[in-house]
Ligand binder design. Structure first.
Ligand code: NAD
Length: 369
């Protein structure tokens, strides 16, 4: 009906105040419309995501899926979600009719990602799915196929691909500041509490490699820009206290990349193992000290080529507090939806990690589909 941009924005704001149409205010990014997300699973990571969305200007929370109606109603009130946009796991397919929901954020235990991604795609919604993408290579393929079939976008929530310290480390390597990369060393783990779904095969899909070791695996890939081609691995369980009845407690693995870079990684659910990676090149090294939600610190020491060159040292910490990483991640997917672009971390990125996880497990003598 030929509205000017100002009229369009004003109409959106009035509608949002009246509570009967999605918020159409012009965003700071210049797009005309906020993309509405329905959050599936209201646990710990969903809380970070929802705060990140609220803090940003391009997206909004417009639906919730939960098994706990009271919790969902509390969160709905916090984020201005109408109670008619709260669904249970059983009836969430009804969101197909809900025009305020453009996309879903799947924040459920790992083994539930495939089912809820596929159901959301069939309901016509774009899908932002938490890592690990799922619990088998075949599920990953099915998720990609279902989203393609429904003509919706699929992004895996690898938040560090949108985080400035991580991007700087990658660029330093790409720019050759460290010379020829020879080796990467990385670890990530924690001492898991009893009763956590993460250490069960049924919901976690495997041991610490699935949930936390995947950070080291994914880092070696974004740092080298290559796919590993040869694997060795060992796994063990030390604690026989019920936490590891169906999965392993520790995994250590090595990978060789086509360029010859060797990576050596460790993950555990039996000890505090603060996440980090260290990259060693012919001209120097760099280290990022965390895979966490804030305060990633990058240290480096390298000597550029040239007779009189002296060593450069770097020590800087990203000051952006949590939930900025989640805001950046949501913004990226929102822009992909609005501009019809492929996300930087599409389903295929998750599939590759699943394939490598399969190779690591098989090298450790553990079956994995
Ligand atoms: P969580 O246990 O805090 O939340 C899981 C949610 O799923 C809860 O709301 C729970 O009620 C719901 N749920 C539904 N069915 C369930 C069932 N059968 N058993 C257990 N819970 C059930 O977990 P989380 O830490 O929020 O992790 C959710 C997903 O997010 C996982 O895949 C995890 O790997 C991923 N994750 C990602 C990051 C990241 O930084 N990207 C960090 C933490 C977790």
């Amino acid at each position: 009906m030929g509205l000017t941009r100002r009229e369009f924005s004003r109409l959106g704001a009035l509608g949002a105040m009246a509570g009967f149409v999605p918020d159409l205010r012009a965003s700071a990014q210049g797009s005309e419309r906020k993309v509405g997300y329905c959050v599936i699973g209201l646990g710990r990571i969903a809380d970070h995501f929802m705060r990140g969305v609220k803090q940003g200007s391009t997206s909004q929370i417009t639906g919730l899926v939960s098994g706990h109606r009271d919790k969902a109603e509390r969160i709905a009130a916090q984020y201005g979600v109408p109670t008619s946009s709260i669904y249970s796991y059983e009836d969430m397919d009804r969101m197909r009719e809900n025009k305020s929901i453009d996309a879903v954020y799947v924040a459920l235990p790992n083994s539930m990602h495939a089912e809820y991604t596929i159901r959301s795609a069939k309901a016509g919604k774009h899908v932002l799915c938490e890592k690990p993408m799922c619990v088998s290579v075949s599920e990953a393929r099915e998720m990609i196929a279902a989203c393609k079939e429904a003509n919706v976008k699929l992004m895996i929530a690898y938040r560090l691909h949108y985080e400035p310290t991580t991007l700087k480390a990658i660029k330093m390597i790409q720019d050759g500041l460290l010379g020829k990369i020879q080796a990467i060393d990385s670890a990530n783990g924690f001492n898991i509490a009893p009763g956590e779904w993460r250490s069960t095969k049924k919901l976690g899909g495997g041991g610490p490699l699935m949930d936390v070791g995947i950070y080291s695996l994914n880092a070696t890939r974004y740092l080298t820009g290559e796919e590993p081609e040869k694997f060795t691995a060992v796994a063990s369980t030390i604690d026989r206290d019920g936490r590891f009845d169906t999965t392993e407690e520790n995994t250590a693995w090595t990978m060789r990349f086509p360029s010859g870079v060797l990576a050596s990684c460790n993950t555990t659910y039996g000890a505090a193992m603060p996440g980090y990676y260290k990259v060693f090149g012919s001209k120097g090294w760099l280290e990022v000290d965390s895979f966490g939600y804030q305060n990633l610190r990058l240290r480096a020491n390298y000597t550029p080529e040239g007779k009189n060159s002296s060593a450069t040292t770097l020590d800087e910490t990203n000051p952006e507090p949590d939930p900025k990483q989640f805001e950046r991640q949501a913004d990226h997917f929102t822009q992909c939806i609005l501009q019809n672009k492929t996300p930087k971390t599409p389903g295929e990125e998750g599939l590759r990690d699943m394939q490598h996880i399969q190779s690591i497990y098989r090298a450790a003598g553990i079956s994995f589909d």
